[in-house]
Design a binder for this molecule. Structure first.
Ligand SMILES: [Zn+2]
Length: 88
């Protein structure tokens, strides 16, 4: 069983969550080109290493949060709620 730790509810079976994809910086709405929006919406880096990604606790508190996960080993080193500081 794979466990994922919700920042609000604690460790739960991963089946309670929905994967939301890699975090990526939203383009500036005033200067973004159609290419920038396409890159933001559809392109993923898919690195071999640590990545920050969105998860949704659909069978729990209903919160979206960020997990830092290694894509090869699936080790999760941290989970936390989004904040302006966390987005940097
Ligand atoms: Zn939760």
């Amino acid at each position: 069983m794979i466990l994922l730790t919700c920042p609000n509810c604690g460790a739960r079976n991963v089946s309670e969550f929905r994967y939301g994809g890699e975090t990526n910086k939203r383009p500036d709405v005033n200067t973004a080109t159609p290419h920038d929006w396409a890159e933001y919406l559809y392109m993923r880096r898919n690195p071999n290493g640590m990545i920050r990604e969105w998860w949704y606790h659909r069978a729990g508190c209903g919160s979206w949060f960020i997990a830092e996960r290694h894509t090869k080993t699936h080790d999760i080193i941290a989970t936390y709620l989004w904040s302006p500081e966390a987005a940097k």
